[in-house]
Design a protein around this ligand. Structure first.
Ligand SMILES: [Zn+2]
Ligand SMILES: [Zn+2]
Length: 254
């Protein structure tokens, strides 16, 4: 399986791009500004979109993906998310005001897009790959994902703050190989982390004490303006894990 990081930054600036991951060539996980790096022919191949939550840095380019590929595809793009996420998209994005409701726009005999509600804990199998939503704490209803079907499993949790229910699920994944976890702010912004539902290095350190598996850890969703400070504070953590920063353009093969 190929897991390509189109964007994994917590915001934009200096060419950083927000959250979007491409799994092989047909599954997209979040649709932040990283999606804009793909050629039209690659956009056309995306059949499935899984969303973590409704925040703009994760959905900004979804309407334009649907728009750009409508006349190039012979079936709808299937967008999956938990119910509150899809409701927010219906109400605030695909509402004919911000953008058309592409569920009602047809090319030949198919709608441009269709929504499917995800139940956390219930795997969705797509050929040999499987994605399972894992609830996490954030400022709006949010899920991380357990991706399996390669030579190991990957869990991605962007965005999240202290999440008690998340770790027992992660610890039960026997073949867990990679954990991608957010650290949006530096330690001096602890209060913002608590208010906005994010992690800073000190909270990350506490969360990682709940992790019981030897896995490779990659940090995502850092704010570009604080990236160096976050990196420094993570390096200073007294953690048994090797923790690396994930970058836009990285590829994990497993
Ligand atoms: Zn968010
Ligand atoms: Zn975010």
């Amino acid at each position: 399986m190929r897991f390509q990081v189109l964007g994994c930054s917590g915001s934009i600036g200096d060419h950083y791009k927000t959250t979007s991951f491409l799994i092989d060539d047909d599954i997209l996980l979040d649709a932040g500004s990283g999606l804009g790096t793909l050629a039209l022919d690659s956009l056309r191949k995306i059949d499935h979109v899984f969303l973590s939550h409704s925040h703009l840095d994760h959905i900004a380019l979804l309407p334009m993906l649907v728009d750009a590929t409508l006349s190039l595809r012979d079936k709808p793009i299937v967008v999956r998310g938990i119910e509150p996420t899809l409701e927010t998209l219906s109400e605030h994005i695909f509402n004919w005001k911000v953008y058309p409701d592409f569920r009602k726009i047809f090319s030949m005999d198919h709608a441009a897009v269709k929504f499917e509600v995800l139940e956390p804990g219930t795997p969705v199998a797509i050929d040999s790959r499987s994605l399972t939503a894992i609830p996490v704490e954030h400022s709006v209803p949010t899920v991380g994902y357990h991706l399996s079907g390669g030579t190991g499993s990957l869990v991605v949790a962007t965005d999240m703050t202290v999440s008690e229910g998340f770790w027992p699920i992660v610890n039960a994944i026997d073949d867990l190989r990679y954990l991608l976890i957010e650290t949006a702010f530096q330690n001096s912004r602890l209060n913002i982390c608590k208010d906005a539902g994010h992690l800073c290095p000190s909270l990350l350190g506490e969360e990682l004490r709940k992790l019981e598996r030897a896995v490779e850890i990659f940090i995502v969703h850092t704010k570009p303006s604080a990236k160096k400070q976050i990196q420094k504070e993570i390096s200073a953590l007294d953690s048994t894990f090797e923790i690396r920063m994930l970058a836009d353009g990285d590829v994990l093969e497993f």
